[in-house]
Design a protein. Structure first.
Length: 124
């Protein structure tokens, strides 16, 4: 399972994952969507909350997770929701680390926010 794998060091100039690799890994994080911005593939997911305070607490936990793994997403925090976007800046695309961090984000959300803060279809 991706949530149990440690991130690896990614080198500048490394190759992003190809579409076959992406399709294989994305099946493990079904709540996430694949987007392309400026020719770069990225993973995105919007998490729902009952209020701004909960969304802000989630944002802080994602930040803590990112710091612990030295891999940092874009996070947009709004009233009742937070959107997280993972991709690897060094390679201008997706690396296995992005899928690992998406899975870890899902796990953190499932374990740290009460049932009322989230929809019922969140993978554990």
């Amino acid at each position: 399972m991706l949530k149990n794998i440690a991130c690896t060091v990614c080198q500048v100039g490394g190759e992003p994952l190809d579409s076959e690799q992406i399709n294989q890994l994305i099946s493990e994080i079904p709540a996430w969507s694949l987007i392309s911005e400026n020719g770069e593939d990225k993973l995105t997911r919007t998490f729902s909350f009952k209020d701004f305070r909960s969304a802000l607490a989630f944002t802080q936990r994602v930040g803590d997770l990112a710091e612990a793994h030295d891999h940092h997403p874009t996070i947009v925090t709004e009233w009742g929701k937070a959107t997280v976007i993972w991709w690897t800046h060094k390679i201008n695309g997706l690396h296995q680390n992005d899928f690992i961090m998406a899975a870890k984000t899902d796990q953190m959300y499932a374990h740290n926010f009460p049932e009322g803060d989230k929809p019922s279809n969140i993978p554990e």
